[in-house]
Design a protein around this ligand. Structure first.
Ligand SMILES: [Zn+2]
Length: 637
């Protein structure tokens, strides 16, 4: 090229050069650009902050078991260990009451004498055959007449019950056959998000009585069919109240429905809640699967990689913006199958930076998923699942290789933390999501001992085959257990019920999904991303219409909310004019649900001392406690 030509093109070259520099700067801004981390809504507290009060309480279990030395509990549960249904109900109620912080005495009538119920405010009746109670059954009714609250937990059997107690409970007649409940619908606004939609049961069976009830019953829940069989009703009896569950289907996914029924027994009921909504993106950021997918190709004509950048992530960001969600992304460094150190660092970080920083700029959070996707389990992993777990079964279910030692697992997590902290210096990862929700007891212990920065583990809420199943609680080692309740884009019938139940029990939404849901036929890929996204959006719409007050939290914030919820206990006192809530283990703030049955406050905002009161409808209130005692003025009624 001649000098003159170079000179002629010089301005163009300069402009090109400038554009290149500008391009780099913009890309840099995108990748490394500064952002101000969102101020946390809830801070995690040091585990030690609660230790003293926990010891003083003697733990949850002691409080939930029968004891004569302690002052009388508020509730008496009558059950019979010789009846299968009663046994199931007893376990269910233990779980529910631990979550609602209800102090109850459980009396097994097959071995123990039925105590005098006048010492209790509420009684839960969980007996198949009530004839064993004899005349004590009439005493129970008399006690309700003087102001007691009686909940029949599942439909009892036998002539005796209907002869002695049925009429008083509002039952006019009952057929011999049991009724298969295809689903349920609410006739009142008892539950947040309960109306305007039928909730279908995946495996229904003949669980309810075919019966008719008197007109003075307030029916909350009926079967979701033409018959509209009453499944839950309340009836005033003398000074007291009876709540009857003619449903018969129990289990963790239904807890919130039983909790709502229990909250109807008195003029008011209060229990601590989490108040948090979290959406986890597992395997995000992670290396993008290379190549194309049939359905992405079909619908978009894009490579998988371009699809995530140009369609998937922009769509998710739009949903987040609409509903105020903060995603928690969980990093996988590499999809290799390396099980021995040294663990090679993934140097291909461009997409990690692009997606991760975009998520962080939107107020989200980055947590830990795995150096690779192999769950932290060693040979002999089945030992974690108790004596009932048959060896041989897990080998089929668990189709990964094993790690050889605790040190190897530890080093892989160290590498993941190094990788994540190098990429996102402003974000300290504190939440761990086990790959495939599988985590061995050894690894769980290792995480707590070796990585003090890991403050919470987020796995799943419902029992699976080999998964690490959790309650919303703080473990003895101080790690916060923050289970995910539902997942994916295709929210099925079971998940709808679970979401409804948890929204009304814990005031929580906890959902996870993966980028590769859209590639997986089992998770809805064939329907296409648009259908999947619409279904997810429909769920979000249901959630935030039912509970616009729920706080949008990141994974760490949710852990902080679970800490405050877990330790909190509430003692309620109802006087002529006031409802007084005395809280123990209160720290900086706490949330409670308060159900007021009749005589609701005239002006919620003005009717509370020690906190804030928000009406959620249907007699349900959200209490934000700002001190250890909260007083609510009752309305004229
Ligand atoms: Zn994963």
């Amino acid at each position: 090229m001649k000098t003159s030509k170079v000179l002629r093109f010089l301005p163009v070259l300069i402009i090109c050069g400038l554009f290149t520099l500008l391009g780099f700067a913009l890309v840099g801004q995108q990748f490394y650009g500064s952002y101000t981390p969102r101020e946390r809504t809830v801070e995690l507290l040091a585990a030690s902050e609660f230790e003293a009060s926990q010891e003083a309480d003697g733990g949850e279990e002691a409080a939930a078991s029968a004891s004569t030395a302690e002052p009388a509990a508020e509730c008496l549960v009558l059950w019979n260990s010789r009846e299968a249904n009663s046994q199931l109900a007893q376990e269910d109620i233990q779980g529910l009451f631990a979550q609602m912080k209800v102090d109850a005495d459980f009396v097994d009538i097959s071995t123990d004498a039925v105590p005098d119920c006048s010492a209790y405010e509420y009684l839960v009746f969980a007996l198949v055959d009530s004839s064993k109670l004899g005349d004590r059954a009439y005493e129970i009714l008399d006690w309700v007449g003087t102001g007691g609250g009686l909940m029949v937990y599942f439909p009892p059997q036998g002539d005796y019950f209907f002869r002695a107690l049925g009429t008083q409970m509002g039952i006019i007649e009952s057929g011999w056959e049991m009724y298969e409940v295809p689903g349920f619908r609410f006739q009142t606004d008892l539950m947040l998000g309960g109306q305007g939609h039928d909730f279908m049961i995946e495996d229904p069976y003949e669980s309810a009585h075919t019966l008719s009830i008197s007109e003075d019953c307030l029916v909350h829940m009926v079967s979701a069919d033409e018959r509209e069989l009453p499944l839950m009703w309340e009836r005033d009896y003398g000074e007291g109240r009876i709540v009857f569950m003619n449903f018969g289907i129990m289990g963790k996914a239904y807890r919130g429905i039983y909790g709502a029924a229990y909250s109807l027994l008195d003029d008011a009921a209060a229990w601590p809640v989490i108040n948090g909504s979290a959406f986890y993106l597992d395997d995000f950021p992670s290396p993008v699967p290379s190549g194309t997918s049939t359905y992405i190709e079909r619908d978009y004509g894009l490579s998988v990689s371009d699809f995530y950048t140009n369609v998937w992530w922009p769509d998710l960001r739009e949903l987040a913006e609409t509903y105020g969600i903060y995603y928690s992304g969980m990093v996988i460094e590499d999809y290799n199958e390396e099980l021995e150190p040294p663990y090679a660092a993934n140097s291909n970080t461009q997409r990690f930076l692009y997606f991760g920083n975009s998520l962080l700029r939107d107020g989200g959070e980055i947590g830990l998923h795995g150096y690779n996707h192999i769950p932290l389990c060693m040979e002999g992993f089945d030992a974690d699942f108790g004596p009932d777990y048959r060896k041989g079964t897990y080998e089929r279910l668990y189709d990964y290789d094993y790690w050889a030692s605790r040190e190897d697992m530890r080093d892989s997590v160290s590498e993941l933390i190094r990788f994540t902290e190098d990429l996102y210096p402003g974000n300290k990862p504190q939440v761990y999501v086990p790959p495939s929700n599988i985590l061995s007891a050894e690894a769980r212990e290792m995480l707590a001992e070796e990585f003090p920065q890991i403050r919470a583990v987020a796995s799943i809420y419902f029992e699976g085959d080999v998964e690490y199943t959790q309650e919303f609680e703080v473990a003895e080692d101080g790690i916060v257990e923050t289970p995910r309740v539902i997942s994916g884009c295709i929210i099925d019938d079971f998940m709808e019920i679970a979401a409804l139940s948890e929204l009304n029990l814990h005031f929580v939404n906890s959902h996870f999904m993966h980028p590769d849901d859209v590639l997986d036929e089992d998770r809805g890929a064939e329907a296409g991303w648009e259908a999947m996204r619409n279904r997810l959006s429909e769920y979000m719409d249901w959630l935030y219409t039912a509970a616009p007050e729920i706080r949008n939290l990141s994974a760490t914030e949710l852990a902080g909310a679970v800490q405050r919820y877990y330790y909190l206990d509430v003692q309620k006192e109802i006087t002529e004019d006031e409802i007084i809530l005395n809280l123990s283990n209160f720290r900086d703030e706490a949330y409670l649900f308060l159900r007021i049955n009749g005589r609701e406050p005239d002006d919620p905002a003005e009717s509370i001392r020690g906190g804030e009161l928000t009406s959620l409808g249907g007699g349900l209130y959200l209490v934000k406690a700002e001190q250890g005692q909260v007083v609510i003025e009752r309305g004229e009624g």
